[in-house]
Design a protein around this ligand. Structure first.
Ligand code: NIG
Ligand code: FE
Length: 391
C-alpha cells in the first residue's frame, strides 16, 4: 500500500480534542497541519513540521480540511419528479406526505438499472459536496419486492441501509377499513423478512399528524418487529406537529430520532437524558416553508444533535450538507462550530460509528477539503461550492 502525506493544511478540524497539538476546543483544531493516509485509513495527524516519511506528498495550498460530512438521513432510492408539488407548496399548499405515493409509483415502474444509475448519480453529487458515508433508506417501494430491491441497490453504495416499509400506508391498502392493519401485518411479516438481510436499520414515519403515516402504537409495533429481526432503530418523529416519536425513540433505545421540529419540554428532557441523538434536517423546513427546529434548546439541555440532508423527492431535494450547516447557523441558533460538529461527529454518533466523523489514527480516511482557509466559510459562503471530498 502507498502512504500519502496531505500537507499545506491551514486549519485541520480533527474532532479529536485529545490530540496534544489541538486547540482545546471540541473541534480539535490544529493549524499548519498534515495528515497521512494509507490503505483507506488515517495513520498520522499533527503539525506539519513533525511530518513523518510517506510514499507520496500532496500539497493542499493553505486550504482547510475537515472530517467528511456524515449524511445520516437520506432517501436516495427513488424515481420520478415532484417539482410541481414543491412549486405548489411555495404558493401555500401544506405538506402532508401524500406525494410519497407519486414517488412510489415512479419507483416501482423503474428498472433496476435505472434506479442504480439514479442512486449512483446522487451519491456522486453528495461526495462532490464533501459528504463521505451516507445512510440510505427504502420507503418508495412499499411492497415486498420493491422494498427489498431498494435495499439491495442501496447496499451497493453503503453499509448504512435502512428499511422504511413503514413510510406511509400505500394507496392499495387505503380503501378498506382494515387496510392499515393489513399493511402493518405485511411490513412486520413478509416485508421485514425479505428486507432484513439487506438492512442494518429499521425506521418508521411516526406522525399522527399525517393520515398516511403511523401512530405511536403502530410505530412501536414496527420497531419491535425490527428489533426482533436483528435491526437497529431510527425514527422519523415530530416533523409535522407534536407527537409520540421522540418519546418512543428514547424508550426503545433508538440511535436517533429525526426531524424533531415540534418537541415538548418533556421530549427535550427525555432526549437530553438518553443516548438517542436528535437529528435535525433544516433542508426540510426550508423546502416545506415550516418553522425550523430549535437546535439551541436541545444543545442547552444537553442533547446530542446531528445535522443531515434528508435528501428526498418530497420535502427536500438537496444533498448539500454545507447548505444545512448555513441554515442551522443562520436560523436555528447553532454556532458554526456546533453545526460542523453536528454534521460530522453528531451524525456519526447517530449511526453508532466511531470510525467516521473524526480525523485520528485508525479512523476511516474520509477527508473533505474546503476551498477556504477555515471551516467558518461553510456558513459564511452559503450556496458556494467550497467543500469536496478529498479521500
Ligand atoms: O423525511 N417524512 C417522511 N419522509 C420524508 C419525505 C418523503 C416524501 O415526501 O417523499 C421526510 O421528510
Ligand atoms: Fe426522511
Amino acid at each position: 500500500m502507498t502512504s500519502t502525506a496531505w500537507t499545506g493544511i491551514s486549519e485541520l478540524v480533527t474532532n479529536d480534542p485529545t490530540h496534544p497539538e489541538a486547540d482545546g476546543s471540541p473541534l480539535g483544531i490544529i493549524t499548519q497541519a498534515a495528515v497521512v493516509t494509507d490503505g483507506g485509513k488515517v495513520v498520522w495527524v499533527g503539525a506539519q513540521h513533525r511530518l513523518p516519511d510517506a510514499d507520496e506528498r500532496r500539497d493542499l495550498g493553505g486550504r482547510a480540511v475537515i472530517p467528511a460530512f456524515v449524511d445520516s438521513h437520506s432517501h436516495l432510492v427513488f424515481a420520478g419528479d415532484r417539482s410541481a408539488e414543491f412549486a405548489a407548496r411555495m404558493t401555500g399548499e401544506p405538506y402532508d406526505g401524500g406525494g410519497i405515493a407519486v414517488s412510489m409509483a415512479a419507483t416501482r415502474a423503474a428498472t433496476d438499472d435505472e434506479l442504480r444509475a439514479l442512486v449512483g448519480a446522487r451519491v456522486a453529487e453528495l461526495h462532490a459536496q464533501g459528504t463521505g458515508v451516507v445512510e440510505i433508506k427504502s420507503g418508495y417501494g412499499l411492497d415486498v419486492d420493491n422494498e427489498a430491491r431498494a435495499l439491495r441497490i442501496a447496499r451497493e453504495f453503503t453499509d448504512e441501509t435502512t428499511f422504511l416499509g413503514a413510510h406511509v400506508v400505500p394507496p392499495e391498502f387505503r380503501e378498506s377499513a382494515g387496510g392499515r392493519d393489513d399493511y402493518l401485518d405485511l411490513v412486520c411479516g413478509d416485508m421485514l423478512a425479505a428486507c432484513a438481510p439487506h438492512a442494518r436499520w429499521i425506521d418508521v414515519f411516526c406522525e399522527p399528524n399525517s393520515v398516511y403515516a403511523f401512530t405511536g402504537e403502530e410505530s412501536e409495533r414496527v420497531l419491535r418487529a425490527g428489533l426482533a429481526a436483528g435491526l437497529e432503530l431510527r425514527v422519523h418523529g415530530n416533523q409535522l406537529g407534536h407527537g409520540p416519536g421522540a418519546r418512543l425513540a428514547v424508550e426503545l433505545g433508538a440511535a436517533s430520532v429525526d426531524h424533531c421540529t415540534f418537541l415538548s419540554d418533556a421530549d427535550v428532557d427525555a432526549l437530553a437524558g438518553s443516548a438517542t441523538v436528535a437529528t435535525l434536517l433544516p433542508g426540510v423546513e426550508f423546502s416545506t416553508r415550516s418553522p425550523y427546529p430549535d437546535a439551541r434548546r436541545l444543545i442547552d439541555a444537553g442533547a446530542t444533535v446531528a445535522l443531515a440532508s434528508d435528501c428526498n423527492p418530497g420535502t427536500c431535494y438537496s444533498s448539500s450538507i454545507p447548505f444545512a450547516i448555513a441554515v442551522a447557523v443562520r436560523d436555528m441558533g447553532m454556532t458554526p462550530a456546533e453545526a460542523l460538529l453536528a454534521a460530522t461527529a453528531g451524525a456519526a454518533q447517530s449511526l453508532r460509528r466511531t470510525d467516521i466523523g473524526v480525523i485520528r489514527g485508525g479512523a476511516q480516511a474520509d477527508l473533505t477539503v474546503l476551498d477556504a482557509p477555515s471551516y467558518l466559510h461553510l456558513a459564511y459562503r452559503p450556496g458556494v461550492p467550497v467543500a469536496r471530498k478529498l479521500t
